[in-house]
Design a protein around this ligand. Structure first.
Ligand SMILES: Cc1cc2nc3c(=O)[nH]c(=O)nc-3n(C[C@H](O)[C@H](O)[C@H](O)COP(=O)(O)OP(=O)(O)OC[C@H]3O[C@@H](n4cnc5c(N)ncnc54)[C@H](O)[C@@H]3O)c2cc1C
Length: 693
């Protein structure tokens, strides 16, 4: 969600890295001395206090990182933490170390030194296996000789048609648990037979390997030619070395989830309807001259969005701070333009209470919004909201402001440029929903963007796993069975199917509600999928011959009550004479622009823009637009909540439905932000990983 106001900037006195270093210098020096003694094998007098000190240093490090206190402090603390960890773990480590050394070094060395045996065993399995697989297509009598008629009829029961395998096995073994026990028993028994066969000079081992090759080859050959091969091979693939096949889509949530799962060693396939990654992180370049670009989706990256910043650092992407002067907006209200430089002397064209007259937008915000937002606690906690604040979900944000004593004039000012850009505006949006967003931003001090476009982030994430992403694959149907999930998707003119142990569904609900799900979701989830609203947003980008507004000393940010709503200069950090001003239009006005011709949209925005930035008509060259409602793969922008919705189904947005897990900004405490998407992706990946463990 775009956020033109940096109002939290002014709320708290900030502690500099110098203050922080001075305040804790003595404690860090003591910890350093203690460490030196412990590392040297000495027993210091207050050695017992070491774990406590170590925890404190860890806390300092986390704080220093979050507040970005610079490398001098963070590196020093990081060094202390690593050394402290080494000292504390010294005694525990030896057993683990030797185990890890065996797995990573000793065992591979032993296999390499016995390479002849290794290849002999492989040949002893694969040659009979492939031979039987081939022969099954020519003469079934061979298969019958190996697995017998009973084995053949078992294979038909299991793989004669789709969806039979698990049901068949369960009826045979009584329950999921017994079936699981049988798998363990069977696989361990084979291992023991192969191992024990070694006492007959290896002949027994060879016998069992060849026998398994023949038996499995005959079964696979029979399933291939006489049963449903897809049913057989998808079942087998699910039980090969990786036990899990997760599927997600390639928005920020899906990319984060997939990266995390791949790194944890899982098999992952990403289905993406578009031919590019990133979904709502989308940089527009084509409509503009001189290499200029503008963000059609995610724009700002605040300094406290740690999950996003971690990926930016990991891929070494060029983070650029947005100067705070750029965030100070012009106000355009009731045909009057008010400059921030006018300060308390500004004459607002609305009726204000005497005590509101000199407050200005920041003062009004601090008076009516900050006190409640501060009390809301941590909205990212699973047990949020606290009971006493649930009431705020039953009223609109406008009603909340009235309850706080704001006059209609003050509300007219406060709604501009930020709150009205959610949903259908503050009269329709849950007070709790907007207060949560405000509370989540309380530590924000600086905001950033990526130089050369935010789309570099999803592109870098996708490049790290490009062979796992299937582009141009539009999910159409999700079928859930007891032990796996089948996803039907369209690729070009073909309909294809993929089966997985679990699925991470990172689709916006605006899309999911058009996808068949069998069996249907639980009633609460189904209601959330059907009714969660998405903000309509249309962004109109006007390119001008020069950045004439900068020459006039005007900031490139304007909060207006015009239909163009919020204006922003996306070329603020881009060189060259030409510039772009955008109109960021949300809610009912954005919906009126759906279906309108591009040229008409541009001219509509230009007429309004000229009121805020006189000279626009004269300097205009052309431009581009993006309506997220028109986008086939989004059908809306970011999720929002009407009064009552957060407390009705807010807690259920993220809960899994059987083997289907959910990710996406809408399932997080940061809807409308990349941070929300990434955090939700990491959470869903963790759920899947733990379920597979
Ligand atoms: C106008 C606008 C302004 C914003 N401003 C900011 C901002 O300033 N800062 C910020 O941090 N965030 C901002 N955001 C929000 C941020 O972009 C999103 O929260 C985030 O990108 C959402 O990621 P996601 O993975 O949840 O969903 P998406 O990005 O929507 O990913 C969903 C993916 O699913 C794919 N898909 C859809 N249908 C199918 C299908 N049938 N089969 C397969 N794939 C399918 C889509 O193509 C898409 O790639 C803004 C968003 C918009 C649109």
């Amino acid at each position: 969600m775009a956020h033109p106001c940096q109002i939290w900037l002014k709320l708290r006195p900030t502690m500099t890295s110098g203050d922080f270093g001075r305040e804790h210098a003595a404690r860090w020096a003591e910890a350093e001395e203690l460490l030196r003694q412990l590392e040297g094998g000495k027993k210091p007098v207050d050695g017992a206090s070491f774990p406590k000190r170590f925890r404190e240093i860890g806390g300092d490090l986390a704080l220093a990182r979050r507040r970005m206190y610079g490398s001098a402090i963070t590196e020093r603390l990081n060094d202390l933490v690593i050394r402290g960890h080494a000292v504390m773990d010294r005694s525990r480590r030896s057993g683990w170390r030797s185990f890890v050394e065996f797995v990573t070094g000793g065992f591979p060395r032993a296999v390499r030194s016995e390479w002849r045996l290794f290849w002999l065993c492989n040949a002893a399995f694969w040659i009979p296996f492939l031979g039987m697989l081939w022969i099954a297509g020519h003469d079934m009598r061979w298969v019958q000789a190996v697995i017998g008629t009973e084995g053949m009829s078992n294979m038909e029961d299991m793989y004669g048609g789709r969806s039979q395998q698990i049901a068949h096995l369960r009826s045979e073994y009584g329950s999921n648990f017994m079936m699981f026990c049988f798998y363990i028993y069977n696989n361990v028994a084979i291992d023991f037979r192969v191992f024990a066969g070694g006492i007959l000079a290896g002949l027994g081992t060879m016998f069992f390997i060849v026998f398994n090759g023949l038996h499995i080859g005959a079964s696979a050959g029979y399933a291939n030619h006489a049963c449903d091969p897809q049913s057989f091979w998808t079942f087998v693939a699910g039980h090969s070395s990786y036990e899990l096949l997760g599927m997600v889509v390639a928005g920020m949530a899906g990319l984060a989830a997939a990266l995390e799962l791949l790194e944890a060693g899982h098999e992952v396939t990403v289905l993406e309807a578009r031919l590019r990654p990133g979904g709502r992180v989308y940089t527009l370049r084509d409509p503009f001259s001189d290499g200029l670009y503008a963000e059609a989706g995610a724009l700002f990256i605040p300094d406290h969005h740690d999950a996003v910043l971690r990926y930016i650092r990991r891929f070494n992407l060029p983070l650029a701070p947005i100067p705070s002067r750029a965030m100070v907006s012009i106000y355009y209200l009731r045909d009057t333009r008010i400059l921030a430089s006018e300060g308390a002397s500004a004459r607002w064209p609305v009726e204000l209470k005497p005590e509101e007259q000199r407050l200005g937008p920041v003062g009004l915000w601090n008076r009516y919004i900050t006190p409640t937002a501060r009390k809301l606690g941590d909205p990212s906690r699973p047990d949020w909201p606290p009971e006493e604040f649930r009431r705020l979900d039953s009223i609109s944000f406008a009603a909340f402001l009235r309850e706080q004593g704001a006059s209609e004039g003050a509300i007219a000012i406060l709604r501009l440029g930020y709150f009205d850009l959610f949903g259908d505006g503050i009269d329709q949006t849950s007070a709790l929903f907007l207060l949560r967003d405000t509370a989540m931003r309380k530590d924000e001090k600086q905001t950033y963007c990526l130089r050369n476009g935010n789309d570099q982030l999803p592109k870098a994430m996708a490049a790290a796993m490009k062979d796992r992403i299937r582009y141009g694959c539009a999910v159409q149907r999700i079928e859930q069975e007891t032990a796996r999930v089948r996803v039907v998707y369209r690729r070009g003119l073909e309909t294809e199917t993929i089966t997985a142990d679990r699925v991470i569904c990172a689709l916006p609900f605006s899309i999911l509600r058009g996808i068949e799900v069998e069996p249907g979701f639980s009633p609460v989830k189904a209601r959330a999928v059907e009714t969660l609203p998405y903000t309509s947003v249309c962004r109109i980008f006007l390119q001008f011959r020069t950045k004439f507004w900068a020459r006039q000393g005007l900031p490139g940010s304007a909060n207006t009550d015009l239909p163009i709503m919020w204006c922003w200069d996306p070329t603020l950090l881009q060189g060259g004479p030409r510039g772009i001003l955008e109109a960021y239009i949300a809610g009912p006005t954005a919906r009126k622009l759906v279906g309108m011709k591009e040229t008409d949209r541009l001219l509509f925005a230009l007429t309004e823009m000229d009121k805020v930035y006189p000279g626009s008509r004269r300097e205009f060259e052309g431009g581009g637009t993006k309506s997220w409602d028109e986008d086939e793969w989004q059908r809306g922008d970011y999720a929002w909540c009407r009064p009552g919705q957060m407390t009705t189904f807010g807690a259920q947005l993220a809960t899994p439905e059987g083997r289907i897990h959910f990710a996406g900004e809408h399932t997080s405490a940061w809807p409308g932000w990349m941070q929300g998407a990434v955090v939700s992706g990491l959470r869903a990946a963790r759920e899947v990983h733990e379920a597979a463990a």
